[in-house]
Design a protein around this ligand. Structure first.
Ligand code: GLU
Length: 514
């Protein structure tokens, strides 16, 4: 049977990291198996419905590069793919009738006060909470007749005095005492199906072969398995993925960093880097492989490599992996990515309203508006060849596209911002005036070819070192770097001098002399 999986988010807000991993695993598995990946919108809970959510999901998934074969935005043989529309089409009403007829579901007329009382009683008596039958599971025909016309819900009649078991692909066999499983609502008083009912009916009707989802759904699995059994349908394979935890071992939440996926786009992560990172949370590619392209992820995506232990979300690892993906791109492709990133409205919205709540120790707080101005300067810079060469020099060093704002700054401005500490450390040394004079002098004879110019500066600075009797090149390189870039770190000095060219070098050294 061809593999069919579905990403079935409830449109209640933004698309977060946990849901992204859910979507990514299904996408990779479907592609690995040559199967179909479906998007289904589970919008039956109208109280939590958010009208912007579906668009956020689709935009985000498109940015990450997770595509679908069927869905509300694409259509397909099982349309509609929004559950509210499927409800309108009468799909769930038809199947609940089947369950009622066969006695696997029943109407319950409890008022909300009665349900509250029941819960309170259970809590006081330290009993399992939930609806285990109440007054209605075994109500007589007479009692039911009397209740006619009153509001009711339809509940699943979970089999009693038996064991419900599933064979989870990650965790193996899991068993439940059926007497501890409550009877969930399948149809609410307003006629809307609940998640438990709509998702399972749709999984059957849409031919879903594997229910891949987060571990938080394990406790619902016996209800879902029992529902499939009640209909006499063959159960899909259950695959419950491990929880995601932060580096502190606690369940992932806001305090571990941004969890909205589009924020990662705005922070300058590449879709390929983010996918690589997310795929390794709770799954491994084997042989300690860490840096993988999308093709490699798809090729390696066997479900038996999912791990039952929690998956760690480590932002440092994301940055490192993203850096590796940045280095996989050709400089031309990287520049194109960078310019497109700067032009996105989510990038601007994010940095314009950015507030650095927790600057890292020893790191100055990041000014989002200032960073955006630096990025804008890159996009507005007219000399694309120069920009491309500058990107080439920084490609080895950056971890995100946003890092280019700072990294390229000194290439583009007339007067780079000077690190005062570095200036006072290096400029006062006795040999420095002669060094700058030598460089100024050499500016007249720099070759135009970049690699020749780089060799030229290499030679000039080394000759100066020897002429001054200096033991090391450091005292020559450091003041020069600070004078030209304002910083103590950056790409190779000779290459960057070659790229800056004699005009910029001259201007910068002369400004310093003033
Ligand atoms: N609509 C559910 C959610 O929002 C889907 C859970 C599942 O994949 O079965 O998480």
């Amino acid at each position: 049977m061809p593999v069919r999986v579905r990403f079935a988010p409830s449109p209640t807000g933004l698309l977060h990291v946990g849901a992204l991993r859910d979507a990514l695993f299904k996408f990779l598995f479907a592609r690995h198996e040559g199967g179909a990946n479906l998007l289904r919108i589970e919008d039956t809970d109208r109280t939590r419905y958010n009208p912007d959510s579906e668009e956020e999901f689709i935009t985000t998934l498109k940015w990450v590069g997770i595509d679908f074969d069927e869905g509300p935005h694409l259509g397909g043989p099982y349309a509609p793919y929004r559950q509210s529309e499927r409800k309108e089409a009468g799909i769930y009403a038809k199947w609940i009738e089947v369950l009622l007829e066969r006695g696997h579901a029943y109407k319950a007329f409890d008022t909300s006060e009665e349900l509250d009382q029941m819960r309170e009683f259970q809590q006081i008596n330290k009993m399992a909470t939930g609806y285990f039958g109440g007054d209605w599971r075994d109500a007589s025909l007479e009692k039911l007749k009397e209740a006619e016309g009153k509001p009711f819900v339809i509940r699943q009649r979970i089999p009693r005095d038996t064991t419900i078991a599933i064979n989870d692909l990650v965790r193996g066999r899991i068993e439940w005492d059926s007497n501890l499983i409550d009877d969930p609502v399948l149809i609410k008083a307003d006629g809307m199906p609940t998640y438990h009912f709509a998702a399972m009916v749709d999984d059957y009707l849409m031919g879903i072969t594997h229910i891949i989802r987060g571990e938080e759904w394990i406790s619902s699995a016996p209800k879902h398995a029992a529902l499939f059994d009640a209909f006499g349908w063959e159960r899909p394979i259950f695959v419950h993925c491990p929880v995601i935890v932060g580096t502190d071992g606690k369940k992932l939440s806001k305090r571990h960093g941004a969890t909205r996926v589009l924020d990662y786009a705005a922070q300058g992560f590449l879709p390929s880097g983010l996918k690589n990172f997310i795929a390794l949370i709770g799954w491994s590619a084997g042989e300690d492989r860490e840096v993988l392209t999308e093709e490699e992820l798809i090729a390696a995506f066997e479900l038996d490599r999912l791990q039952p232990s929690p998956g760690r979300f480590d932002l440092e690892k994301l940055r490192w992996l993203n850096g590796s993906h940045i280095r996989m791109l050709s400089p031309e492709a990287l520049l194109a990515e960078l310019l497109s990133f700067i032009g996105q409205s989510y990038t601007r919205a994010y940095w314009d309203s950015f507030e650095d709540e927790s600057p890292m120790p020893n790191k100055p707080p990041l000014d989002g508006k200032e960073l955006m101005r630096k990025l804008d300067r890159i996009a507005a810079f007219p000399d694309r060849d120069y920009l491309l060469d500058a990107v080439k020099l920084e490609q080895e060093r950056v971890q995100t596209l946003a890092d280019f704002g700072e990294a390229l700054e000194f290439f583009l401005v007339d007067e780079p911002t000077m690190d005062p500490k570095a200036a006072s450390k290096w400029f006062g040394q006795g040999h420095v005036p002669a060094l700058f004079a030598m460089i100024l002098d050499k500016c007249d004879s720099v070759p135009s070819d970049l690699s020749e110019a780089s060799a030229f500066w290499d030679e000039a600075l080394r000759t100066f070192q020897v002429s001054q009797g200096l033991e090391k090149l450091g005292p020559v390189v450091h003041p020069t770097r600070v004078a030209l870039t304002g910083k103590t770190f950056g790409p190779g000095l000779f290459e960057l001098m070659a790229l800056l060219g004699p005009e910029r070098i001259r201007t910068r050294l002369q400004k310093l002399a003033d």
